[in-house]
Ligand binder design. Structure first.
Ligand code: CA
Length: 229
């Protein structure tokens, strides 16, 4: 689990950092609202622990900017010193997912983060991706064209899932390789081979070729190629 802690109190931030890192999380930390916002938008986190009283930009403002301007749905757990109902309601209004009042037990922070991350995965897993005749069901990793199943290897499925979840977005080769192989470096043409198999399967099943090569950059799933604009 990758966690971003945004907290200006050094003792609390350090305790959280050391505890979560000791529990196997990859942790990053910001001590003010502006750098917290920057990290939240530029890094990929599974959850954010956010203090309300922060220098630069307070936690509520940061949370609503994250939701409304950056359109990020990463779970946010708010930390605050005040146990007041209005504060909690305002936090939820700003798009927070959960709320903890200081002082809190570190194990409770971990438990709540895990619950938030699991809930979000559930939401993502149940969202069926449909573009034109091509449908991808992430819940059971099944692809169909006009309702007929298309059989793909696990790596091809993962590639298609990534690209269909953000149609028209260009994925770089490095990004796709990282997703498929992590830090083990694949053979230089492995990604191309999987892309070739994926394209052939889609073309055989649908007569369409929605996966485009963006020269010098990577690949994208083109919504226009499956009849969407
Ligand atoms: Ca504070």
């Amino acid at each position: 689990m990758r966690v971003l802690i945004i907290e200006d109190d050094l003792d609390i931030a350090t305790n959280l950092y050391e505890f979560l890192e000791g529990r196997g999380c990859v942790v990053d930390m910001a001590r003010d609202g502006v750098s917290g916002m920057h990290l939240a938008v530029s890094g990929e986190f599974d959850a954010i622990v956010l203090d309300l009283g922060l220098p630069g930009m307070d936690g509520l403002r940061l949370c609503s900017k994250l939701r409304r301007e950056a359109c990020l749905d990463v779970p946010v757990l708010i930390l605050t010193a005040r146990d007041v109902l209005d504060d909690k309601l305002t936090a939820f209004d700003c798009g927070a997912d959960d709320y903890l009042v200081k002082p809190f037990a570190l194990r409770e922070v971990e438990a709540r983060l895990k619950a938030l991350v699991a809930r979000r995965r559930g939401r993502v897993v149940n969202r069926k991706l449909v573009h034109g005749a091509i449908a991808f069901d992430p819940g059971n990793m099944a692809v169909s064209v006009d309702g007929r199943p298309v059989h793909l290897s696990r790596k091809c499925l993962r590639l298609l899932e990534m690209m269909m979840s953000a149609p028209n977005r260009v994925y770089s080769r490095a990004e796709l390789e990282q997703e498929l192989w992590g830090d083990e470096h694949p053979q230089s043409d492995s990604l191309r081979s999987h892309m070739h198999l994926l394209r052939r399967a889609l073309t055989d099943a649908s007569g369409l070729s929605p996966i485009e090569t963006v020269h010098g950059v990577g690949y994208r799933f083109s919504a226009a190629d499956v009849g969407q604009t």
